[in-house]
Design a protein around this ligand. Structure first.
Ligand code: NAD
Ligand code: G6P
Ligand code: MN
Length: 442
């Protein structure tokens, strides 16, 4: 049986250990001969690398392990690149969030001005990694979940249209786990879903069981009362309090449109005032992640490196990350699995721009993916999506052309920003904060 070689780009990410644990837990599905970590911040990656090596060798000493900041060593002889880079790292995420909040606007990683600012940093880093992959392993697939995925996906479509890159998001996995609990399914894999939208901006329209029975009305009825919190669930069932609040907020989104079950990220576009009111500008999500996930992952990795064993570790397999194995397995073994991917619309949503990057179900096999058709979508969803997709396209235009005006227009058009005046103030402050990360804008 063929064994595969994987490189994790953004090896210093807080998600790297859980992805390695997940890969090692699935060696029967996807046998591996090599796991490499690649990061352009060697020092940060080294804080995780020794522990990752110990974990890999404990599972199977025959799997080659390498942590490097040399692109050639990283990208030579690889079958899959799992890419989760964060250009500017968490301190820049904090600036994205705080600058927006200073003007009373949503301060979030991927939604609104924060997402636009992050997009302007991310595009170059992702393209750089695609180019290394194509140079050193032209047959490799990149499974890319570097954020902001919508803007990154549009940049890939424009700048590297023929590259073997698949843009994905784990949010639907998290939401489907909740939906499965709400509806009493043992696993989300017992459900066949229909979903459409943009990344972090979409809706479920059908949830069926294996026999083809429809559950969407039952789901909507629950969501109208409790959001995405299942009966008996409490804070400990969620990653943290902020994700519990997000699941609850689904109730308000469904109240606005009781025909569609939303991705909870829509809260930032439909209730930006509530989101701002509930965010402490002195302690945004970035700082929470630095104080919790980053601290615990790096702390635990240091402990493993020091003791030389991962016995009794608190590190856990990334359940959400299981879709990465599903996707790699579908590509490697032509399984034809149905998965939500971010792909060019190309008529799948009949009454929506063919050249928009949309998140829709696709069938995945050896040669990549084939999107399923969605048909016509209603005016409310279409209107929201048209505005948002224009924001994403204008951001990519601004990056490619170095255009101040295009970025000002992108910010102005975002549903989260109240006026062109505010957009200009935001833009000027983001330009200052992102010196060295953004292209020069004229
Ligand atoms: P992190 O800051 O902990 O790690 C990211 C790493 O990327 C850092 O070590 C950084 O040095 C590295 N990096 C930056 N630019 C690079 C480049 N050009 N080449 C190689 N490495 C580079 O971030 P995190 O919180 O662990 O998140 C990682 C990424 O994954 C983020 O983009 C985040 O938004 C994304 N994410 C996406 C999903 C999804 O579903 N799409 C889910 C979780 C996280
Ligand atoms: C979900 C989304 C990701 C996002 C992450 C943020 O998993 O799909 O795109 O990066 O949440 O989580 P955090 O804990 O960093 O706020
Ligand atoms: Mn996501």
């Amino acid at each position: 049986m063929k064994k595969f070689s994987v490189v994790i780009a953004g090896g210093g990410s807080t998600y790297t250990p859980e992805i390695i644990l997940m890969l090692l837990d699935n060696l029967d599905k996807l046998p591996l001969r090599s796991i490499k970590l690649y990061d352009n911040d060697e020092e940060r990656q080294n804080r995780l690398a020794k522990a990752c090596e110990i974990i890999v060798k404990e599972k199977d000493p025959e799997i080659e392990f390498l942590a490097t900041s040399d692109p050639e060593a990283a990208y030579t002889d690889v079958d899959f690149c799992l890419a989760h880079i964060r250009v500017g790292q968490l301190p820049m995420r904090e600036k994205d969030e705080q600058i927006a909040l200073k003007y009373g606007v949503v301060g979030q990683e991927t939604c609104g001005p924060g997402g636009i600012a992050y997009g302007m940093r991310s595009i170059g880093g992702v393209i750089e990694n695609i180019d290394y992959m194509e140079k050193y392993s032209p047959n490799c697939w990149m499974l890319n979940y570097s954020n902001p995925a919508a803007i990154v996906a549009e940049a890939c479509r424009r700048l590297r249209p023929h590259s073997r890159v698949i843009n994905i998001c784990d949010m639907p996995i998290g939401i489907e786990n909740s939906i499965a609990k709400i509806l009493g399914f043992e696993s989300r894999k017992d459900m066949t879903i229909r979903y459409y939208g943009l990344n972090h901006f979409g809706w479920y329209t059908s949830i069926k069981d294996k026999d083809g029975n429809e559950y969407i009305d039952k789901l909507l009825e629950h969501e109208l009362k409790y959001g995405n919190v299942a009966a008996g669930e409490n804070a400990s069932d969620f990653t943290d309090n902020s994700w519990l609040e997000t699941a609850r907020k689904v109730k308000d989104i469904v109240t606005l449109d009781p025909t569609h079950s939303p991705n909870s990220y829509l809260q930032y576009y439909l209730f930006p005032d509530d989101m701002v009111a509930h965010t402490d500008p002195e302690y945004t999500r970035a700082r929470q992640v630095i104080d919790t996930r980053e601290k615990s992952v790096f702390g635990e990795c240091a402990r493993i490196a020091q003791t030389g064993t991962s016995e009794g570790t608190s590190l856990q397999i990334g359940i959400h990350a299981s879709f990465i194995v599903d996707l790699a397995t579908a590509l490697a073994y032509n399984t034809g699995e149905r998965m939500l991917l971010i792909v060019e619309n190309n008529g799948a949503i009949e009454n929506f721009s063919p050249d928009a990057m949309v998140e829709i179900p696709c069938i995945v096999g050896k040669d990549g993916y084939e999107p399923l058709t969605v048909g016509k979508i209603p005016t409310f969803q279409k209107g929201l999506m048209e505005e948002q997709v224009a924001v994403e396209k204008l951001t990519v235009d601004a990056w490619i052309e170095g255009s101040y005006h295009k970025l000002w227009q992108a910010l102005t058009l975002s549903k989260t920003v109240p006026s062109a005046n505010v957009a200009k103030k935001l833009l000027d402050e983001y330009i200052e904060a992102n010196k060295g990360y953004w292209p020069n804008l004229k």
